[in-house]
Design a protein around this ligand. Structure first.
Ligand code: PAF
Length: 279
């Protein structure tokens, strides 16, 4: 595997490649990331991964400095997956001057749910993703459903800018007890790790209620948040949304069997976890 930090060198190596499959990451790779690499391999060749902890998507009170950086271990994992190039730019490589041009998702998608609790987050994500796409010029790029809203925003960006990159969605990788794998799980204490699967259990309870014909979305959300809070969590949201645009479903949508997803974010101790479940 070649490890490249310089954009020109990356372009030289990928010149003439028409089927590049790309997986952007911020490193601290776990089995979930590796499943994205395997899916990428099914959709293209060569596979290019990136590791870049993107300052633009961290708020002032978020964990940019604390974000786990495990470069050597990541390299070993990617080598085993047969990744051809690891693009690992420094901040100077990717942002040689202040990044004044940014991609701003529409308010009704970028400023709801995660965007409401993490102002500016999606502008940071779309800006770096567009820039990474411009460096790698992939034919396909793989994003995990774990970050459901991010996946939708990136997909819509690719469509609206007519990017020649198809966005592929990968299923969420879960531990045996249901906890979605995430770099942030590493922050959990032993007791918190034991409690953490309660978030996914709560999503399943909500999804089952909806499948059984319970149509009062507000009541389901309220109860799910109260149940988590009673276990010591601080939920930001548990919300039933339409898969098509992440807007709340109307009574008519519910009655007509609109495809739904329940999305959630909640703090357990100091660690903020997100998860979702399609209904
Ligand atoms: O999902 C992530 O790890 C990041 O948001 C991404 C897509 C690599 C952009 O920095």
């Amino acid at each position: 595997m070649k490890i490249i930090s310089c954009i020109e060198e990356l372009r030289a190596h990928l010149q003439g490649q028409l089927r590049t499959a790309f997986v952007p990451t911020m490193g601290n790779l776990h089995e979930g990331h590796l499943s994205l690499m395997r899916l990428a391999r099914k959709h293209g060749d060569p596979v290019v991964a990136s590791i870049f902890v993107n300052r633009l998507q961290f708020g002032p009170n978020e964990d940019f400095d604390k974000y786990p950086r495990t470069f050597q271990a990541d390299v070993e994992k990617l080598e085993k997956e047969g990744v051809y190039i690891l693009f690992a730019p420094t901040e100077k490589d990717l942002y040689p001057e202040p990044q004044e041009y940014r991609v701003q998702p529409p308010d009704d998608l970028g400023n709801i749910l995660e965007g409401e609790f993490r102002p500016g987050f999606f502008t940071g994500v779309t800006t770096v993703v567009l820039k990474l796409f411009s460096c790698v010029q992939p034919r396909v790029a793989v994003f995990g459903k774990k970050d459901y809203q991010q996946l939708m925003i990136v997909r819509n960006m690719a469509k609206q800018f007519a990017l020649p990159t198809e966005i592929i969605a990968a299923e969420t990788w879960r531990a045996e007890d249901g906890l979605a794998l995430s770099s942030r799980n590493g922050y959990l204490s032993e007791a918190e790790r034991a409690e953490a699967p309660a978030l996914f259990r709560q999503l399943n309870i909500v999804a089952d209620e909806v499948r059984n014909g319970h149509l009062d979305v507000f009541e389901l959300e309220r109860k799910a948040m109260a149940d988590l809070a009673a276990r010591g969590w601080k939920p930001d949201y548990i919300s039933i949304r339409k898969q098509s645009n992440l807007q709340p479903p109307s009574a008519g949508d519910m009655a007509q069997g609109e495809k739904l997803v329940v999305v959630a974010a909640a703090k357990l101790g100091k660690t903020r976890l997100i998860d979702n479940l399609e209904i």
